[in-house]
Design a protein around this ligand. Structure first.
Ligand SMILES: [Zn+2]
Length: 438
């Protein structure tokens, strides 16, 4: 293409002007004929609306094209002529849910171990499976997902996102982290020391290595950078810190100068502390967080994405019979750190680390937060909508208000009172397009 244009030096500016005028005329002729006579409008009339903050009975929502154009008491929402009306008796309409921590390229470890997924499954198999995961996620009411690492599947999340955006496959709007960053030697899979096996994330170290890796990931389509601030690589298998403070600072600076944020996997107090001081946006997991660490997070306005469902699932994969056996030490520790985070007033992002458990089962995190950790259904619903939108800088969604994207979900019952209602998905709309309806 470059060659072709280089060989066309003779076309004069006048020719260009003439051409573009002609194109303008053609496009305006097309536009006037292509526009439907009546606007593509849909009026949704549920029993109640949860707007991302509170529940309002008798409200209605008007959608025009891919955006919300009006929200309020039904009598005050006037629809243009030709509007299609969807009566949704007994249903609550809410903003499309936002998953804060997914891995669309993973499937549950009790089906195939993480090692085997990374080492033995082909990219084609993993991507094919991920397309099914994306569809299930959307139909479960999650219209956006922050996907935090392909775990050895390279940049497949970038293509997955493109396929969804181009309407080739159904799925949530994605924020992708691509390969994620780990310190050399810290991650897995680990086989014989004699073999250098493909890793579940990109290894990078030191000034040059880190700058290059962060830029490489951004250049290939990363919306954000994920870094592992600690991992299970202690001499005794314990979780230990990975990157130095300087390295973490550099990761955040490099990403930030290109308009991206960084999220950190961290479970140890020191790993969390370094990530917080470096200026990451969210801490993922945070299982070993102490009151001091959570105070620091609160002070810096940093959110915790607790992923309680992942720990709950892996404990059960290891044989814990929940409700029968005593609570494992790791889960007990999680309860202690969660209580400390709540006490410190840390903002919470809602994300379950789905992929460790079944895609489409995303509501499990919200159920566990309510049933095992004492959160109210209203609180987790705010976290999964307006809260995540704020923390992830998604000003165009997470609430129901005029001008925002028409990403909507309707559930049977009242999810602000009963978290189980989130399993009763009756309607899913993304960008004004219906993917599920009663
Ligand atoms: Zn994860």
């Amino acid at each position: 293409m470059k060659h072709f244009f280089l060989r066309q030096p003779s076309s004069s500016p006048a020719t260009h002007r003439g051409l573009s005028t002609a194109l303008l005329v053609i496009s305006s002729v097309f536009a006037s004929h292509a526009q439907p006579v009546t606007p593509a409008a849909t009026l949704l009339r549920p029993a109640a609306v949860f707007d991302g903050q509170d529940r309002h009975e008798g409200w209605a929502v008007l959608v025009e094209n891919n955006k919300i154009s009006a929200v309020g008491p039904a009598a005050q929402v006037t629809a243009p002529a030709g509007t299609r009306t969807l009566e949704l008796p007994g249903l609550t309409l809410l903003p499309g849910l936002i998953e804060g921590h997914s891995h669309l390229l993973l499937h549950p470890y009790n089906e195939t171990s993480w090692n085997d997924q990374v080492l033995l499954e082909s990219q084609a198999l993993r991507v094919a499976r991920a397309t099914a995961h994306a569809q299930r996620t959307l139909l479960a009411g999650f219209t956006t997902a922050r996907d935090l690492g392909t775990e050895g599947a390279g940049y497949a999340d970038v293509g997955l996102k493109q396929a969804i955006d181009q309407g080739i496959i159904p799925g949530p709007r994605l924020l992708v982290a691509t390969r994620a960053l780990v310190a050399t030697g810290s991650y897995g899979p680990k086989l014989s020391v004699d073999e250098d096996v493909p890793q579940g994330a990109q290894e990078a170290d030191g000034v040059d290595g880190i700058i290059r890796a962060v830029r490489e990931q951004m250049g290939k389509g990363a919306d954000l950078i994920k870094v592992y601030a600690d991992y299970r690589w202690g001499a005794d298998g314990s979780t230990q810190t990975t990157f130095s403070q300087d390295e973490l600072n550099l990761i955040v600076q490099t990403a930030r100068s290109a308009g991206r944020g960084v999220v950190a996997h961290a479970s140890t107090p020191e790993g969390m502390r370094r990530a917080i001081l470096a200026g990451v946006e969210t801490i993922e997991h945070g299982d070993g967080g102490t009151p001091e660490i959570f105070e620091l997070m609160k002070k810096r306005g940093m959110a915790l994405c607790p992923t309680v469902a992942a720990g709950d699932a892996t404990a059960q994969y290891k044989g814990w019979r929940k409700g029968t056996d005593p609570v494992p030490a790791r889960i007990q520790q999680k309860h202690v750190s969660m209580a400390a985070a709540v006490k410190a007033g840390v903002p919470f992002a809602m994300g379950g680390d789905v992929g460790v458990f079944t895609h489409g089962d995303n509501a499990r995190e919200m159920e566990l937060l309510v049933r095992d950790y004492g959160f109210t259904p209203l609180l987790v619903l705010r976290q999964a909508t307006s809260g995540n939108a704020r923390i992830f800088h998604l000003a165009d969604r997470g609430r129901l208000a005029p001008g925002l994207l028409a990403d909507l979900v309707a559930v049977a019952g009242d999810p602000t009172q009963d978290v189980a209602a989130l399993r009763q998905i009756r309607l899913v709309m993304k960008g004004g397009v219906l993917y599920r309806q009663p």
